[in-house]
Ligand binder design. Structure first.
Ligand SMILES: NC(=O)c1ccc[n+]([C@@H]2O[C@H](COP(=O)([O-])OP(=O)(O)OC[C@H]3O[C@@H](n4cnc5c(N)ncnc54)[C@H](O)[C@@H]3O)[C@@H](O)[C@H]2O)c1
Length: 260
């Protein structure tokens, strides 16, 4: 039976949560790695491990526990990300109002956001790679439309460093695909537009505007935001053998908000 790790899946309304449930339905054993321990009770079918993905030692420990528990690793989905709600301290806090661009964010904001969105993906992939290489497998990273087109000032709950970090995730995906191809490990990336996860709902509750973290909701050609199910379905497809010759790519899921 295949074993999958999903980071950022403990919040019940997150994209990662839906991915974890769908991987279970695919017949995989699923490890959830998250800081939000309050969400573990609702994931009884998964092996839940407290982990801060922006801390390399916490990541090494989590991968060790997962492999010890299930004996192998086939699939890794890196879902953790965001420009708030990415540290234990602000996990349940309200989103900060205002837009922080590259030139008006603090050094602390820059390093926190880059650590959670980009460094984390490197840490988890690096720790998982030796196990994935044993029999082959799949990695799916989650970037953002923000990396494709940037984030306009006025977008609440997001920031310039987030867009930059997510562009790094796309580059990391391509590089890893080149390095791991000979081991039968595929590495792909999904770039969501505006998706109705808890993250978006929390921003909209506060701003009562049409601007979410990834830009204006009115500017979506399909006329609506995406659902976590629509985003998770794509991620899971990239985890399975249905996409066995796809690697090194970033796939958009954004209602035509941007075409690469
Ligand atoms: N929702 C959107 O509109 C949207 C758009 C584009 C990209 N994305 C990306 O999709 C991914 C999932 O987004 P979401 O909307 O489901 O987010 P979310 O905030 O709903 O869920 C994120 C999950 O990650 C966990 N987490 C946060 N920081 C962590 C850390 N340091 N270590 C371990 N776990 C941590 C949280 O507890 C939560 O379970 C993110 O990478 C996000 O940047 C989302």
């Amino acid at each position: 039976m295949k074993v999958a790790i999903v980071t950022g899946a403990a919040k019940p309304d997150s994209i990662g949560h839906e991915v974890a449930l769908r991987l279970l339905k695919e017949g995989m054993r699923v490890v959830v790695a998250d800081l939000y321990e309050e969400g573990f009770a609702a994931l009884k079918q998964c092996f839940c491990v407290r982990c801060d993905v922006s801390d390399p030692s916490s990541v090494e420990e989590m991968i060790g526990k997962a492999v010890k528990h299930f004996g192998r690793l086939d699939v890794l989905v890196n879902c953790v990300g965001g420009s708030w709600g990415i540290t234990r301290r602000d996990l349940i806090a309200a989103p900060p109002l205002g837009f922080r661009g590259l030139t008006n964010c603090s050094l602390e904001e820059w390093s926190t956001i880059v650590a959670a969105n980009l460094d984390s993906v490197f840490y988890v992939c690096r720790a998982a790679a030796p196990h994935l290489k044993k029999q082959g497998g799949a990695i799916v990273n989650v970037a953002s439309i923000a990396a494709r087109k940037g984030i306009p000032p006025g977008s609440e709950g997001s920031s310039g460093p987030y867009a930059v970090a997510k562009a790094g995730v796309m580059g990391l995906t391509r590089q890893l695909a080149l390095e791991l191809g000979e081991f039968g490990v595929r590495v792909n990336c999904v770039a969501p537009g505006v998706i109705a996860s808890g993250r978006l709902k929390r921003v909209l509750q506060i701003t009562k505007q049409d601007h979410g973290p990834e830009g204006s909701l009115k500017a979506i050609p399909m006329g609506r935001v995406g659902t976590v199910e629509e985003c998770a379905a794509l991620i899971v497809a990239l985890c399975t053998d249905d996409t066995s010759y796809m690697t090194g790519v970033t796939v958009d899921v954004n209602g035509a908000s941007y075409a690469a």
